[in-house]
Write a protein that binds this ligand. Structure first.
Ligand code: VAH
Length: 316
């Protein structure tokens, strides 16, 4: 990878991936794009307003910068996709096919994330295998399964070097997630720091896969730099670091804030989505084919999240 275009660069993943890629490949070699103006450090390098549902606009920007790689992150997440399913289809599928077409026409490497949301209620829930039943019952899940199949199609039919991972819930302190089911795992750190209390909209005992953002960013770069000859799978690899329920976060936080109190105010919509996802997925195929390995467990992540959130809130 030499010259990379990132869509959705102001989102939860994009806003940190932009900085990491610029550190790694050089600021001028990483073009951020999103549907709105960039602020702050995102303007340190090239940034363009791009609506991924506008194929011409996407193609024009890709041409302008003579890129060799697209990292397509622009998407509506699971909870928001249940409120606006048609909009989610238009962005998540219309945007994806536009980005894949640009990669085909300009012979680009291509990354787009799938999610544990690509699994459904009939998928084996514990240690979910890489290859298994995928019958999600959410619009986001339908988009993710279709997206995996579409990216594989562009590889087999047109030779586009497409690669992806099934992300778990991502936890970060830089940009808040928006409209996800796993957002509670970010909110809890802010509320613990501000109020020593949090009402979780996901119920007790609801295990989901999670990962600290630095592990996610490393995984993207490691996959994209890996030897294609070793990739038997492409779209998309199971990767996870932590399998946790709200009470596991409570226990980890109480090691630093002993009087932190967790209570529950369950949101049936997001609880139903969470119930349809695995409790834990098996990442062994990613480890075997391209050396995936997570560095953060829940305790190491919690220590760092609380420190960073504290610093961020003090500055506000
Ligand atoms: C969501 N954070 O909650 C995203 C992610 C696995 C969860 O796909 O929709």
């Amino acid at each position: 990878m030499k010259k990379i275009l990132v869509t959705g660069a102001l989102g939860q993943i994009g806003s940190e991936l932009l900085g990491k890629l610029r550190e790694t490949y050089g600021t001028d070699n990483v073009i951020g794009t999103d549907i709105r103006e960039a602020e702050g450090s995102h303007n340190d390098g090239p940034f363009e307003i791009v609506d991924v549902t506008n194929a011409e606009q996407l193609h024009e920007v890709a041409n302008k910068y003579n890129i060799d790689t697209v990292m397509h992150l622009a998407a509506l997440l699971s909870a928001k996709a249940e409120v606006y399913p048609k909009v989610a289809w238009d962005i998540n599928m219309g945007g994806l096919v536009n980005a894949l077409e640009v990669a085909r026409e300009l012979d680009l490497k291509f990354f787009t994330p799938s999610s544990i949301g690509a699994f459904g209620p009939s998928t084996p829930k514990d240690n979910t295998p890489q290859d298994t039943l995928q019958r999600p019952n959410t619009m986001y899940g339908v988009n993710k399964v279709a997206g995996e199949l579409l990216a594989d199609y562009y590889y087999h039919r047109f030779g586009v070097d497409t690669r992806g991972v099934r992300f778990p819930g991502l936890i970060s302190y830089v940009a808040p997630p928006g409209g996800g089911t796993t957002d509670y795992a970010v909110e809890i750190y802010y509320e613990a720091t501000k109020k020593k209390a949090y009402h979780s909209y996901i119920g007790e005992g609801t295990k989901m896969d999670m990962m600290y953002m630095p592990d996610a960013l490393n995984a993207i770069i490691q996959l994209m730099e890996s030897d294609p000859a070793k990739l038997e799978h492409r779209n998309a690899f199971n990767i996870s670091a932590i399998s946790a329920a709200p009470e596991d976060f409570e226990t980890a936080i109480q090691k630093h804030i002993p009087d932190f109190k967790l209570s529950y105010d369950v949101d049936p919509v997001r609880q139903n989505i969470a119930n349809s996802w695995p409790n834990s997925i098996d990442s062994s195929v990613a480890s075997k084919e391209w050396g995936f390995k997570a560095d953060y467990d829940i305790d190491r992540m919690t220590k760092e999240m609380l420190e960073k959130v504290e610093q961020k809130l003090v500055k506000q």
